[in-house]
Design a protein around this ligand. Structure first.
Ligand code: PLP
Length: 452
């Protein structure tokens, strides 16, 4: 694709194009990206490994990254972007953070995989247990999907019950049992449930509506359920916050009906607050899944909870789950340093302030240009919908104008702002972003709103 745009300035021969110098018109050239993606499509399904799944829906292939640093991503054609995807959440300290890199370099010298216990597992486990109210013990995995798979087996093993309740539009990784009304990737591509998932695998999965306690109680009354599983703040249908009443109601209801309450904090864990969303809302689940931020950019997932529940997990207990690379020393190192940085005073306040500035600015400019637009943020997680809002559940999210979103996304990309390529994804701020980045983004948004 060769998109004409007015917002990029070349600063010298071979220099990176710096976005959003409004006076200088150049083209957003993606020739190398396009060539690499063309070849990639012959080698890998859709040409991708990580979830850049939704780019088709915004009218083009993904740009191919060459490097990332701080708040910025650089593509192979030399375009620079202010990045609000942050590798889908993990890059909360900014990409390739110097302190994390330094710790990784030292760890690298000691070996990349042990396949045996290491002290750093204790260190990260202790940090997680100290920070997250519901977690007394934790099991590390390699991804959020693996954490959710382990959690699913655990809640069934602990309760001796099979059924679970999830919510429309919530995503819990790609395990068979969760691929029912699973939000972002599936929703954006308009897929029903995935082929290849046997009906037996989803028979135990019941689906309720987010922020709707009656829909949950009706299911709990009718079925003996092992657990109610949710994103405590939804990021996989776009950004949808819970009401306090909803979370507190789920806590009371699950206790009443003998089901476990599970917060899938793969996205919200250490992003919303150092104690995760459960600390922010003051509602403590029985089991928590994590990922993304706790790996600081390396592959880590985790599930944890009360000691009596976690002691079901092998080899302490009978519920089997293991992984060759789980607790990998490099991944533990990146996680430890990332949490250490996040634990310093003022970090979440900084994320909150910057993110609110961004969201307020975009909503202001969008409304001034006459668009129906709604959105919000908590800490460094945010999102917008092209509809009046407020959006409280997935059904309402699907009422937004996805064609307009596609035009908005392309306009922003062409002006050097990298946003998630789907109406049904959240955005992420990092500690490396500055007020200047945010203000440039708002200025770009103003231009784009005038054209869509
Ligand atoms: C809430 C939630 N759970 C689970 C997952 C799956 O994690 P992963 O992509 O690391 O497998 C994701 C991924 O985006 C997620 O947002």
């Amino acid at each position: 694709m060769q998109s004409v745009i007015v917002a990029l300035a070349l600063t010298g021969a071979g220099a990176l194009r710096t976005p959003m110098t409004m006076s200088t018109a150049v083209k957003h050239v993606t020739t190398k990206s396009d060539a690499i993606m063309k070849e990639a499509a012959t080698l890998m399904p859709g040409g991708v490994s990580s979830p850049v799944r939704a780019f088709k829906s915004v009218g083009g292939g993904p740009v191919v990254f060459e490097k990332v640093k701080g708040a910025y991503a650089y593509d192979v054609d030399g375009n620079q972007y202010v990045d609000y995807v942050g590798t889908w959440g993990p890059a909360i300290c900014g990409h390739a953070n110097d302190e994390v890199n330094e710790a990784l370099r030292a760890a690298l010298e000691k070996g990349t995989s042990f396949g045996a216990p290491s002290e750093n597992e204790n260190v990260l486990a202790k940090m997680v247990c100290d920070a997250v109210p519901s977690v007394e013990m934790v099991r590390f995995t390699n991804s959020g999907t693996e954490a959710c798979m382990g959690m699913l087996r655990l809640v069934r093993a602990y309760t001796g019950r099979e059924k679970i309740i999830k919510f429309e539009g919530c995503y819990h990784g790609h395990a068979d049992g969760f691929l029912v009304q699973a939000g972002s990737g599936v929703a954006t591509l308009g897929l029903p449930d995935s082929p290849g998932v046997p009906p037996g695998a989803t028979q135990g999965t019941l689906v309720a509506e987010y922020n709707n306690l009656e829909s949950v109680e009706a299911l709990l009354k009718e079925h003996e359920c092992a657990a109610v599983v949710l994103e405590p703040v939804v990021g996989n249908s776009g950004f949808i916050p819970p009401t306090q009443e909803f979370l507190e109601g789920l806590r009371a209801m699950t206790t009443k009906y003998g089901a476990l309450l599970v917060f899938d904090e793969v996205m919200t864990g250490f992003r919303i607050d150092y104690g995760c969303a459960q600390k922010h809302f003051g509602v403590t689940p029985d089991v928590t899944t994590m990922g993304k931020v706790i790996g600081g950019g390396l592959p880590v997932g985790a599930y944890g909870g009360r000691r009596d529940i976690m002691e079901q997990v092998a080899p302490a207990g009978p519920m089997y789950q293991a992984g060759t690379l789980s607790g990998n020393p490099l991944a533990m190192t990146a996680g430890i340093k990332t949490l250490e940085i996040l634990s310093r005073p003022g970090q979440y306040e900084k994320l909150t302030k910057l993110t609110e500035r961004l969201v307020e600015g975009i909503l202001r400019e969008g409304k001034a240009a006459g668009h129906a637009i709604s959105g919000g943020s908590i800490s460094g997680m945010f999102g917008f919908f092209f509809c009046e809002g407020p959006v409280t559940c997935f059904r309402e999210a699907t009422a937004s104008d996805t064609d307009k979103f596609a035009r908005w996304h392309r306009g922003m990309l062409e002006r050097g702002v990298y946003l998630a390529p789907s109406q049904y994804e959240a955005g992420f701020m990092s500690l490396a972003h500055t007020e200047a980045d945010v203000d440039k983004t708002i200025a770009a948004a103003k231009e784009v709103f005038a054209t869509i």
